[in-house]
Design a protein around this ligand. Sequence first.
Ligand SMILES: C[C@@](CO)(OP(=O)(O)O)[C@H](O)COP(=O)(O)OP(=O)(O)OC[C@H]1O[C@@H](n2ccc(N)nc2=O)[C@H](O)[C@@H]1O
Ligand SMILES: Nc1ncnc2c1ncn2[C@@H]1O[C@H](COP(=O)(O)OP(=O)(O)O)[C@@H](O)[C@H]1O
Length: 311
Amino acid sequence: MTRMVVRCPAKVNLHLEVLGLRPDGYHEVRTLLAAVGLWDELEVEAAPPGVWELRVEGGVSLPADNTVWRAAKLLLSAFPDAGGARVVLRKGIPAAAGLGGGSADGAAALVALAKLWGLPVEPGQLVAMASEIGSDVPFFLFGGACWATGRGEQVLPLPDLPRYGVVVIPGQEPVSTPAVYRAWDEAQQESALPSFEPAPGLPRPGAGWHEGEGFFLYDWLVGKGELPFAKLRNDLQAAAIALFPWIGENLALLARFSPLTAMVSGSGGTVFGLFRDEGEAVRVAAELSPRQAVAVPLLRREESQLLAHAE
Ligand SMILES: C[C@@](CO)(OP(=O)(O)O)[C@H](O)COP(=O)(O)OP(=O)(O)OC[C@H]1O[C@@H](n2ccc(N)nc2=O)[C@H](O)[C@@H]1O
Ligand SMILES: Nc1ncnc2c1ncn2[C@@H]1O[C@H](COP(=O)(O)OP(=O)(O)O)[C@@H](O)[C@H]1O
């Protein structure tokens, strides 16, 4: 294999609980992540050892230490003789929007370069490298719908969701994830809640797990019901809106169309609405078009497998 093109999907957080600030500076979260059909494209071509070139297309300029380069560095430090690469990253996913584009690119770079260089990477090693790149990166190795805990890097794959239609409004300016988490911290201090001490591996009642009720996705998981739309929420939403009031305005616009649920994705500024099917999502997006709204499908696991799209 000397050349490969991999498509990298975006994600939305259908549910995001923030449990508290951890001693390591990250926040303990529980989140329902779902891959959606909004894509970046990563093209990798084999080159002699020592050659590394990355061209980014799509009007976005990325930091030198971007997620694609970080993926390559991790592989090269584990396999120093792996080789070189010429890479083109075509950005279709808006950056710093809560859609996980950088994380998807990092995961795609790991799998594409490992394949290109023929590296014997163990699955566990790949997941460990992914979590080193970023908290949301392991999710993209699994795709579909996943429940993620810890700082978001501990991922449990879930069954595919029904074919809901999603309308996303990406927003008008980049939103910094650390700034939104900091705003969440400040809001907690004002309400004088204690900070969070993680006890890894132990389910904690009160978040996702409702005492007496069990895991709040249980009925859906065992095929006994719909997603619990009324219980889905994003704990970062208020902080994101406080920093960027236009996020709240976009949310209000979506709410007019009676979605099953509508919320901020991750730390924003994307807001999304969930609709019964793709046809309804397409009609809503057409009415919201001045706000750059797009209708995107929720992807089945099979459709969001990174290598499944390799040419
Ligand atoms: C909010 C979420 C929800 O899925 O997504 P985005 O809005 O970024 O897409 C994630 O928690 C973002 O994950 P990700 O973007 O991978 O974050 P990382 O690169 O690991 O961390 C960037 C910074 O965000 C903060 N951070 C991130 C994850 C986490 N659980 N707690 C944090 O406090 C920290 O300040 C960290 O230095
Ligand atoms: N491959 C990449 N694509 C986009 N942004 C990247 C990438 N690598 C690093 N970044 C940096 O990560 C930040 C967050 O990007 P992104 O993953 O798009 O958003 P979010 O974390 O909100 O989902 C960007 O502002 C950018 O500086």
